[in-house]
Ligand binder design. Sequence first.
Ligand SMILES: [Fe+2]
Ligand SMILES: [Fe+2]
Length: 132
Amino acid sequence: MSLMTWTIEQHGTNVSFADTEHQKVFHNLNILYDLRMEGAGTPEITEQLNVLLAIVADHFSHEETEMRVKKFIDYERHKIEHDELINTCTAMEIKIKAGELELTERICQLIKSWFESHIPEYDRAYSEALNG
Ligand SMILES: [Fe+2]
Ligand SMILES: [Fe+2]
């Protein structure tokens, strides 16, 4: 059972690069979640976590570039949200690699929840500006 399923109703932003990249993020979070649920070892978990975080970082920087190009008014607040998730996940990744933290189902759920609220609340807000 997948952790997250992208739907246009819940996650569509009307910005095609963002929708495509969000689906890629969800797909890679699902892979991480499945590894966790199958009881995969730390090397496999950290490898996939690394892949996921690289995809998330690329996606955030893509959005940020587009928002700056279009002079989106709420850019700063949006970037702070991105930076907070990256900082939290990077700190977590270091601890997991060091064996000080286990990637739990709850951590996967927290990442899911972050996207479930960020996309409708923040990403949808740039739709008009990026399409203008
Ligand atoms: Fe996004
Ligand atoms: Fe965003």
